[in-house]
Ligand binder design. Structure first.
Ligand SMILES: Nc1nc2c(ncn2[C@@H]2O[C@H](COP(=O)(O)OP(=O)(O)OP(=O)(O)O)[C@@H](O)[C@H]2O)c(=O)[nH]1
Length: 388
């Protein structure tokens, strides 16, 4: 990799670490995360859950030793049973299959990891109700009281959105209140400082989770972006298309594809040089992006060929996008004339496509039909030609 392209990649990485409104919303709720970000985040969350589960599976039973030293058998025996049971659940989590298929599966695993210490805390408070708060037992009781803080602080190691951190923290808050009610220590004025501290730890965990998420999104974007145009590269495009096709087929929703190929692009390279050709490609990608919705996906398929994936879009929706492109234009050639493209459109339902390669083939064939019909036009399913 040349020094300039390396520099430009680094610049892109740091640019995507800057905040703007869309990025903050992405970090707070995550509705618009791309297929790549979702997949990487699932893998990262699962591996972190496994790591934490191993740590807890080892540490939790080790605490039986101080329990035995500090508490009478009536207390340490049930505690030891709870610790061993917790350790079994952690071991199951640690050795469960690393490959997960859905976000729900990941949420469930993380939920179990957090629920075990939370439930343990509430039950331990009932078990330890009558233990005198003096000497070593008193010290241990104070450490037990800190468990909700440890669990909330533990959220900081996961790349979660702000909303997710809050949703995972709320049951821990409820457990903290329940434990205080059991021990008879719950009164709002007396607990206000402790609650404030718990909120503060939640806030820090939230910022930490969102920062990790932001860094992960930046790395995924860098790995899946075409360095010249910023569109998805072909590898990431195929992954996205594969996923969206599968989802569209299982929910029976429409999925349209636009195959966009610039007209007479070679003349630009030959007449004005490769740099001018690159600038035209960059401008064209920016113009395409400007005419698309946020959920649409722009892929650089190769050279001067782009693929636009229009999720939840039928043929009439794709026709609207084609018309919008026609009005907005694709930019200019170096001589100032309008840049034009030939476009082929295919749609999963209208074309009864069985898989994504068939959909790409159909869009590609229609793009060639548009070239043969004189360029500067789009061919849609049922072979309706729309001049661009
Ligand atoms: N500047 C630049 N040129 C590229 C890039 N990738 C591919 N090309 C050029 O794109 C041109 C594509 O030429 P052709 O396939 O003949 O297509 P065309 O000239 O657009 O002709 P039609 O598609 O038939 O209208 C070739 O000259 C490639 O070298 C790139 O990243 N930058």
């Amino acid at each position: 990799m040349s020094l300039t392209s390396r520099f430009s990649l680094d610049t892109q990485l740091f640019a995507s670490l800057r905040f703007d409104r869309a990025r903050v919303v992405d970090l707070l709720v995550g509705w618009w995360h791309s297929a790549q970000v979702r997949r990487q985040r699932r893998a990262l969350l699962v591996s972190r859950v496994q790591l934490m589960a191993v740590v807890f599976a080892v540490l939790v039973p080790l605490w039986i030793v101080p329990d035995v030293i500090a508490f009478p058998a009536a207390q340490w025996l049930p505690l030891a049973g709870m610790r061993l049971a917790s350790s079994v659940v952690f071991l199951l989590l640690a050795y469960s299959h690393a490959r997960v298929h859905s976000g729900w599966e990941v949420s469930l695993r993380l939920g179990v990891l957090l629920t075990v210490p939370t439930v343990f805390h509430v039950l331990a408070c009932s078990v330890l109700l009558d233990v005198p708060r003096s000497g070593f037992a008193g010290v241990l009781l104070q450490i037990y009281a800190l468990l909700p803080f440890v669990v909330v602080a533990g959220l900081a190691v996961f790349p979660l959105t702000g909303l997710e951190t809050l949703l995972y923290a709320l049951p821990i808050f409820a457990a903290f209140r329940q434990a205080a009610l059991i021990t008879g220590e719950f009164s709002l004025p007396a607990n206000i400082g402790t609650l404030w501290l718990l909120l503060l730890v939640t806030g820090v965990a939230m910022v930490s989770g969102m920062s990790q998420l932001q860094y992960m999104i930046a790395l995924v974007r860098q790995a899946s972006a075409d360095a010249l145009t910023g569109a998805l590269n072909r590898h990431a495009g195929v992954e996205t298309l594969e996923l969206l096709f599968r989802v569209s087929a299982s929910h029976n929703t429409p999925l349209a594809l636009m195959f966009v190929d610039l007209d007479h692009f070679k003349q630009i390279n030959d007449g004005w040089g490769h740099e001018a050709g690159d600038a035209v490609l960059r401008g064209m990608a920016a113009a395409l992006r400007g005419s698309l919705r946020r959920g649409d996906v722009l892929v650089r398929w190769g050279g001067e060929e782009f693929l636009v994936i229009l999720n939840h879009t039928d043929v009439s929706g794709a026709r609207l996008v084609v018309n919008r492109l026609r009005h907005a234009g694709l930019g200019q050639r170096p001589d100032g004339s309008a840049l034009t493209a030939s476009i082929g459109v295919a749609e999963r339902l209208a074309d009864s496509a069985q898989d994504w390669p068939e959909l790409v083939d159909l869009a590609d064939q229609r793009m060639y039909a548009a070239k043969e019909a004189g360029r500067d036009r789009a061919v849609l399913p049922q072979h309706t030609a729309v001049p661009c």
